[in-house]
Design a protein around this ligand. Structure first.
Ligand code: XCC
Length: 635
């Protein structure tokens, strides 16, 4: 029973320790929730007004409408729109914080120097801003003005971040459907309005609104956040480090950063180095910072900080007994961390005004006082180290070498060694000639309903064997990193022959002396924008619509509303998007049919649900092959 929870040996080990230590984990609570509500699972439960709750009988023997008359189709479509809007809201809020940070940085009001003037120029030029002769701070303020212009746009014009960055052919499709967002806050507000009692009762109209929320997420969330963060902290370049809980060190102060935003964690990484002598003074060898979830991915990509683990094993990190402090910012943070920390010596530290957890220490984070907060946090970790109980410590000795940091700029840099004038040409040529059959982006979470990491790993093995190049973000990237698929040995072991040859050639040309990894780590969940940029660049280079490219996406183990909003954006890009866990839509035949088939006619993309990893891989390959055929490419 224990080893069906996870295929990660470190997690398996610590699940046993959790049982021994009397710790309740996510899996135990999942068991206690069984059987889960069938109405909720099908999406046919409505709580939008307080005449309800109403639920539709999926077997057709009970009520077929809610009290107001809403059918299962309406209820399912409304629920989905709200979930996708919530996912988009999370990313837009994240992006907004990053815009504010860039503004204050450029005004010299906070101690965040602009790290990447080159990226700033590139973003400015994409927005049509001339950077000639301008100082970075002045230019940054112009970029910020455009971002705020989008955030506060009260005209009916499309958001500039959309029109400047989306593939041209896509813009025409979206315009014809009337789904180009004007202002993210307005669109999210409209989605809440559209789904409240007595509003839209047309499932098709509701699904188009859902697609619009996907675009809100893609451009006002993901793309805007990545652009701001790259300007502030630097565009990632290849870094070599390790992944899995074995990166924690018994003789170091271990400090884990968890959540999604790099604004504080970048400072923590810096202060952990500076305050290392204080750690030595209490008998440790230094401070080891490691990351969970997407904050982990952010500091991995830019600072080479090792990955501790992904979503589902966040509690198990504390069960090692070796984590002195875990600092959390926003999203994907289990409230249970507080209870578990209290059984060890771990300081759980919340930092954001909208994320407080009873039992945790709250160190308020404000940009103006970021250095103070980071120092206080590092010192709390050092203080906790002295309270560590060696009898409770068990760090599973598992870690895999990883090469990460593959921003589009870094990929172009590596490919540019083969063709400096047209860096995308070697990739495009190898896709065209079939050495690379296609590209699949694996993204998203772990979900307790799936054995941790198994879907990511097994599906990707099949894809690589069939010469499909994989790019990954989020907790999917963590899973593949832990499984040894993000290093050169992974290429030798898992890649099909023609893919292997291409990765070897690029690795040689880039001076790695070894093949490029078969799975390229492109970052956090907001960094799905990097995948969007790559797809857009490829589409532009080949002169085709992104919907025509032999490219697909997959969230094999999605759990969060954000995974649904990211997936919806991918579908709006015309990309077939696989989900390995069934979202709560099956209660409506019409909505299910539209999402998986009907949408294709209007938008080019579709959702593809398959709960078996190998079949999912083969389904994606079949989809890619059809696209190759339609483009007249070798099979
Ligand atoms: Fe959360 Fe980004 Fe999902 Fe992982 S992948 S469980 S959303 S941390 Ni974003």
């Amino acid at each position: 029973m224990l080893n069906v929870r996870s295929i990660d040996p470190a997690a398996q080990d610590l699940i046993k320790k959790a049982h021994k230590d009397g710790i309740e984990t996510v899996w135990d609570r999942y068991d206690k929730q069984q059987p889960q509500c069938g109405f909720g699972s099908l999406g046919v439960c409505c709580r939008h007004c307080i005449q309800g709750p109403c639920r539709i009988d999926p077997f057709g023997q009970g009520p077929d409408k809610g009290i107001c008359g809403a059918t299962a189709d309406v209820i399912v479509a409304r629920n989905l729109l709200r979930q996708v809007a919530a996912g988009a809201a999370a990313h837009v809020d994240h992006a907004y914080d990053a815009v504010e940070a860039l503004e204050l940085a450029a005004q010299g009001k906070i101690d965040y120097p602009i790290a990447d003037a080159g990226k700033l120029k590139a973003v400015a030029s994409g927005l049509g801003i001339d950077s000639e002769g301008k100082e970075p701070d002045a230019l940054a303020l112009e970029v910020v003005r455009v971002a705020y212009g989008d955030m506060g746009n009260h005209h009916n014009r499309p958001m500039k971040w959309v029109s400047a960055h989306a593939p041209k052919q896509r813009l025409e499709v979206w315009e014809s459907l009337g789904i180009i967002p004007r202002n993210p806050d307005r669109e999210i507000r409209e989605a809440m309005h559209q789904t409240t009692m007595g509003m839209d009762a047309d499932p098709v109209n509701l699904l188009l609104a859902t697609a619009k929320q996907g675009l809100v997420d893609g451009y006002a969330g993901l793309k805007l956040a990545t652009d701001m963060q790259d300007i502030l902290f630097g565009t990632p370049a290849p870094v070599v480090t390790e992944a899995n809980l074995g990166v924690l060190k018994e003789d170091y102060v271990n400090l884990i950063v968890h959540g999604h935003v790099p604004l504080l964690s970048e400072k923590i990484v810096q202060w952990a180095k500076t305050l290392s002598p204080e750690a030595e003074a209490v008998g440790a060898k230094g401070v080891q910072v490691a990351g969970i979830c997407c904050t982990g991915n952010e500091v991995l990509m830019r600072q080479g900080v090792p990955l501790a683990t992904n979503y589902l094993a966040q509690e198990l990190a504390i069960v090692t007994g070796a984590v002195d402090a875990m600092v959390v910012d926003v999203q994907c943070i289990m409230p249970s961390l507080s209870q578990i920390s209290s059984c060890y010596h771990t300081e759980l530290i919340t930092t954001m005004p909208i994320v407080k957890i009873p039992g945790a220490t709250h160190v308020p984070f404000a940009l103006e006082k970021a250095d103070e907060a980071a120092q206080e946090i590092v010192r709390k970790a050092i203080g906790a180290y002295a309270r560590r109980d060696p009898n409770k410590v068990h760090i599973p000795d598992y870690r895999a070498k990883i090469i990460a940091g593959f921003s589009v700029e870094a990929i172009a840099g590596a490919l540019g060694k083969l063709d400096p004038v047209q860096p995308l040409k070697p990739l495009a040529d190898n896709i065209v000639n079939g050495n690379i059959v296609g590209v699949v982006a694996t993204v998203g979470c772990n979900n307790v309903k799936v054995t941790q990491d198994i879907f990511h790993v097994e599906m990707v093995k099949e894809l690589l064997k069939n010469n499909v190049l994989v790019v990954a973000t989020g907790c999917s990237a963590h899973a593949l990193a832990k499984a040894g698929m993000m290093n050169s040995e992974g290429t030798e072991r898992y890649a099909g022959n023609t893919l292997k040859a291409v990765l070897r050639a690029i690795g040689e040309a880039a001076g790695l002396g070894a093949p490029l990894p078969p799975v390229l780590h492109m970052g956090s969940c907001v960094d799905n924008s990097r995948i969007g940029d790559l797809v857009t660049a490829l589409a532009n280079y080949l002169g085709v619509d992104s919907a025509a490219l032999p490219v697909a996406a997959s969230a094999p183990e999605p759990q969060h509303e954000k995974a649904l909003s990211i997936g919806t954006w991918a579908v709006a890009m015309g990309i077939t998007t696989h989900l390995g866990v069934i979202p709560p839509v099956l209660g409506s035949k019409q909505v299910t049919e539209l999402l998986t088939v009907g949408l294709t006619e209007v938008i080019g993309g579709k959702f593809y649900v398959e709960t078996e990893p190998q079949k999912a891989a083969l389904g994606l390959i079949e989809d890619i092959r059809k696209k190759r055929q339609a483009l007249g490419l070798d099979q």
